[in-house]
Design a protein around this ligand. Sequence first.
Ligand SMILES: Cc1cc2nc3c(=O)[nH]c(=O)nc-3n(C[C@H](O)[C@H](O)[C@H](O)COP(=O)(O)O)c2cc1C
Length: 188
Amino acid sequence: MLRMKIAIIIGSTRPGRKAEAVAKWVHGIAKRRTNVEVEVVDIQDYDLPLLDEPSPPSLGKYTKDHTKAWSAKIDSFDAFVFVTPEYNHGIPGALKNALDFLYKEWNNKAAGFVSYGSAGGTRSVESLRLVMAELQIADVRAQVTLSLASDFESYTTFKPDPSHEKRVDAMLDQVIAWGGALKTLRQR
Ligand SMILES: Cc1cc2nc3c(=O)[nH]c(=O)nc-3n(C[C@H](O)[C@H](O)[C@H](O)COP(=O)(O)O)c2cc1C
C-alpha cells in the first residue's frame, strides 16, 4: 500500500515571513514518522495571481499553467497541515486565494493547523475552519497555537517552547487517522 502523503503548506508569502521557519519545524517533527511521506509546499513557488480562471474551480476546467501546476501538486496529497499566521483576525489573502483556485483536489481529505499570532493565531484558524467545510476538508480538533510573545525571541526569531512538539504529534495523529479513513471515499 502507498504511504500517506501529507503537505505542510506555508500560508504566508510575505517577504521576511515567519511561516517558513514554522513549516520547517513541523516538517522536522513529522519526518520522524515512518508511515507517512511529508513535504513542505510553498504557495509562493506557484506564482498564483489573484484568481484568474474564468470557470468556477469546482468544474475543474483550468486554463492557466499556474492553476494546472497547483492542481497537480495538491491532488497528489492525502492530507494537509496548514501553517498560518493571523492577519486582521483572518488568514492571509495569499492562502485564501490558493485555496479558492481549486476544489476537487481538496475534497475528502484531512487537515490540521499550526498557527501563530499575538493570541496564537486562533481567530485565523477559526475562520479557516469555515473555509474547510466548503472545500469538504475534514479539519481535526487538535491544533498548535504559537505565541508571538513566547515562541519567537524578540517577536522575531522562532524559538518554540519544547512543549509544543507533543501538540504537533497529537495533531498529526488525528490528521493521519482521518486522512487514512477518507481514502476509502476518494477511491470510489
Ligand atoms: C496585514 C497584517 C495583519 C496582522 N494582523 C494580526 C492580527 O490580527 N492578529 C495577530 O495576532 N497578529 C497580526 N499580525 C501580526 C502577525 O502575526 C505577524 O506579523 C506574523 O509575523 C505574520 O506572519 P508571517 O511573518 O509568516 O507573514 C498582522 C500582520 C500583518 C502583516
